[in-house]
Design a protein around this ligand. Structure first.
Ligand code: SF4
Length: 286
């Protein structure tokens, strides 16, 4: 990856951004890679020497790395920081680096730190559930210890004390309990993900098309229907349901403006490979 410095920030920040703190050790797949869409992983590997990222856009990932270093200094009896576990699944070595393990009388509680937004804390985050349950599977299988809890320690970067929305975190550090899966289900999940990655790699090696990213993987927002009337700047209402919008438009003697859903991961190039992705580029050119 090429690190640029478009905003002329001090050189040590560029050095920090260039040093990849995160390592997957000797494994073929880290937990994060297992969960990533196979198409993104394949394209990122293929175009690794062309992908550009500006140091200013890497603020939160740098702070994430800094947090790991700081946490190593906060050694506390009964807590184990930063342990990387390895396991073999169907002949493939996988690994996961666990931020924190709390030893209790009943078993281990796994805790993962996340710099995140208040909005993210208020949503159901499937990827947090997947990640922590793979960690649970690793602890149970490699360390032969019972896991009794999974938690995200959310460091809410845009926290406001004045916000009163339901479900809004009540402090800038907010603990989120994550549902636990049973080991059989998790192992099936890991194997399924590895199969998808293996198939994508084979397709790439044979010059075949990669399987498309799904709407969820593309962070697709929902299509909305704005009821509008000539002579009025703003919409009367914006609805999720087309038929409901049509009925309201008839009543208001207006019309319906369709606001199509947007694949945010593609349009914002959050995958880093949008310019080489045939799926997305094909849609833009249509
Ligand atoms: S541009 Fe969109 S569809 Fe293409 S790899 Fe990225 S997320 Fe997937």
């Amino acid at each position: 990856m090429i690190i640029t410095n478009k905003f002329n920030v001090p050189a040590p920040l560029v050095t920090l951004a260039s040093k990849e703190y995160y390592s997957k050790g000797e494994s073929s797949y880290s937990v994060t890679e297992i969960m990533a869409p196979p198409k993104i992983k394949r394209l990122r590997e293929q175009y690794n020497d062309k992908i550009e990222s500006d140091v200013a856009d890497m603020l939160w990932s740098m702070l994430g790395s800094a947090l790991h270093v700081v946490m190593e200094r906060g050694e506390t009896p009964g807590f184990l920081s930063e342990e990387r576990l390895f396991a073999e699944v169907d002949g493939i070595t996988i690994s996961g680096a666990i931020d924190l393990q709390q030893e209790t009388d009943n078993g281990v509680v796994i805790i993962d730190y996340k710099f995140t937004s208040a909005w993210a804390v208020m949503q159901e985050k499937k990827e947090w559930e997947e990640q922590l349950n793979i960690y649970k599977w690793l602890v149970e299988n490699v360390k032969k210890k019972k896991v009794v809890g999974l938690q995200i320690c959310a460091l809410v970067r845009d926290f406001s004390r004045h916000e009163t929305k339901e479900g809004y975190p009540n402090a800038p550090i907010h603990m989120v309990d994550i549902p636990m899966w049973d080991a059989v289900f998790t192992e099936g999940f890991i194997k399924g993900r590895l199969d998808m990655h293996r198939e994508a790699k084979m397709a790439q090696d044979f010059g075949e098309e990669l399987q498309d990213c799904s709407p969820t993987e593309r962070w697709m927002t929902e299509t909305k229907y704005a009821v509008k009337r000539d002579g009025r700047k703003t919409a009367i209402r914006v609805l999720d349901d087309k038929e409901e919008a049509r009925i309201l438009a008839d009543k208001e003697k207006g019309y319906v403006e369709v606001r199509p859903g947007e694949p945010k991961r593609c349009t914002g190039n959050f995958c880093g490979v949008a310019q080489w992705c045939k799926q997305y580029q094909g849609e833009i050119n249509e």
